[in-house]
Design a protein around this ligand. Structure first.
Ligand SMILES: O=C(O)CCC(=O)C(=O)O
Ligand SMILES: [Fe+2]
Length: 230
């Protein structure tokens, strides 16, 4: 499923803009089945109503272990190519920490540090809902890339609700990108900092992501974060 993507082009996009799209990562049927899980209380460890925390408006649920097969397969399968990019990024940012080639070994590190709780999540937005710019940092162990899959079809299921990324360069104003996504497309993006090549070598920029206001309909997304949470 993942070897059909051009990982050289994905790496280049991540290096230049801090995000890359994987078109059609999930089929419409997989999207519908995944979004439908939202109402099934049993598969989740917690529910967050965003307005209660000042995170925006809308809600999300964190999956419990064991994760659904589709989610587990994405998390395990995407980790190795992303770990290679993550290690290059850490090298370029002068960070000593390196990521093991298999997700199980990285999770073992998270778990030893007390980051035991699964972080993949389902999000649900209705009219007027939005997600404030944020970073998904859940402990000292942070994998620098994450994934969001749009489960709904723009134009048919909802309007508005665009995936937004900002990039804060040192001592400069922030730059925003709107990521064009169709149903089943995934965006891979930097969780926190990423290296950017400047005329005097690499420097670090800080990324944040969020979702603009949903105007109508209902929008579901699947979020895959590779580190577990305290
Ligand atoms: O709903 C979205 O597109 C954003 C989800 C999000 O913040 C995440 O997956 O971490
Ligand atoms: Fe997020």
């Amino acid at each position: 499923m993942l070897d059909r993507y051009d990982w050289t082009a994905i790496t280049a996009a991540l290096d230049t803009q801090g995000w890359a799209v994987l078109p059609g990562l999930l089929s419409p049927d997989q999207c519908a089945a995944t979004a439908a899980r939202y109402d099934d209380e049993a598969g989740f460890r917690s529910r967050v109503v965003m307005a209660r925390h000042g995170f925006g408006r809308g809600e999300y649920r964190y999956f419990a272990y064991p994760l659904p097969d589709t989610v587990a397969a994405l998390r395990t399968g995407l980790y190795p190519p992303l770990a290679a990019i993550a290690n290059l990024w850490h090298h370029r940012m002068g960070l000593a920490h390196r990521f093991p080639p298999a997700h199980g070994d990285f999770l073992a590190r998270c778990h030893e540090a007390g980051q035991l709780r699964p972080t993949p999540l389902l999000l649900r937005y209705g009219p007027g809902d939005y997600n404030c710019l944020h970073q998904d940092l859940y402990g000292a162990h942070v994998f620098p890339l994450q994934l969001a899959v749009l489960l709904s079809e723009p134009g048919r299921d909802f309007s508005g609700g665009e995936f937004v990324l900002t990039e804060q360069r040192p001592r400069m104003q922030s730059r925003a990108s709107v990521v064009p996504l169709a149903q089943g497309d995934a965006v891979i993006f930097a969780v926190n900092q990423r290296p950017l090549r400047g005329s005097r070598g690499d420097y670090r920029v800080t990324m944040r992501h969020g979702v603009s206001e949903v105007r109508s309909g209902r929008r579901h997304t699947l979020g895959v974060i590779f580190h577990d949470s305290v």
